[in-house]
Design a protein around this ligand. Sequence first.
Ligand code: NAP
Length: 257
Amino acid sequence: MEQKQNSTVWIVGASQGIGLALSRQLLQNGFTVVASSRKATRSSELVQLQQQFNSGKLHLLDCDVSEENLQSYCQQAWELAEGLDYWFYNVGVYQPMSVSEWDWNSFNLMNQSNYLGAVKLMIALQRLQAQHDKPMHWIWNISLAADFGLPYGGGYSAPKAALLNLAESIAPELARQRIKLQVINHGFVKTRLTAKNRFPMPGLMEPDEAARKIVPLFGQNRFELRFPWTLSIILGTLKRLPKSWSLYISKRMLKDD
Ligand SMILES: NC(=O)c1ccc[n+]([C@@H]2O[C@H](COP(=O)([O-])OP(=O)(O)OC[C@H]3O[C@@H](n4cnc5c(N)ncnc54)[C@H](OP(=O)(O)O)[C@@H]3O)[C@@H](O)[C@H]2O)c1
């Protein structure tokens, strides 16, 4: 990571869980971090981090990705960092629902947070990048859930799958414009998202451990980072099996009525 010591990164979704752990580890690696979330400036954890590190190294920027126009947030992040080398999209909202619990507001929130927020930011950031003619590196934290839609989780995984599909589609063109796009598809991490799960979560890890696996990606060229490997293989297999077989397996995950 040494060559990245003076790099700047905008982490959107940085106030809790994985984003907070990643902010801390990137600061320890010498990065300048712009940390955003809806209430970044009121996050006691981020304010504490600011006190631990040189204040010029961590900037807090409130930003709600469900708002219509995100251009001014991009401009502010760019100016705070004096030019962005990295953009890390980490926003995610998860609301498991059975058919009887379907709720438009929850579907809409998950679409805004897990997919459209990234789309709005990428359009604005691409313009800034072109204007400044500066190479950039974008990393999107998606999910292994993008591999296959599992019972009750479709409201979360469908926009994640859309984001992955979009990334595959635009990565070659972005590379020509000197924007490297990478994706992370990982499994269960102990945060407020997984606190909603009432089933065993194989490979569940702490946010610090997940962040330690993510940090090296900032110096790598591969398109996709997947972990842990057991869950990655299970979901990758479900994705590739004939659909009638995969659906036979996922039907067995339904709760008793
Ligand atoms: N935890 C897992 O097991 C797991 C597994 C696979 C993938 N992921 C993905 O990893 C990422 C981080 O998840 P996490 O588990 O660390 O979740 P988390 O603890 O809930 O953190 C999510 C972050 O996003 C911010 N956020 C939420 N809505 C926002 C909005 N509208 N605008 C701006 N910021 C917003 C939150 O801050 P505020 O609430 O203050 O805005 C928070 O900083 C997500 O994309 C998630 O889908 C997680």
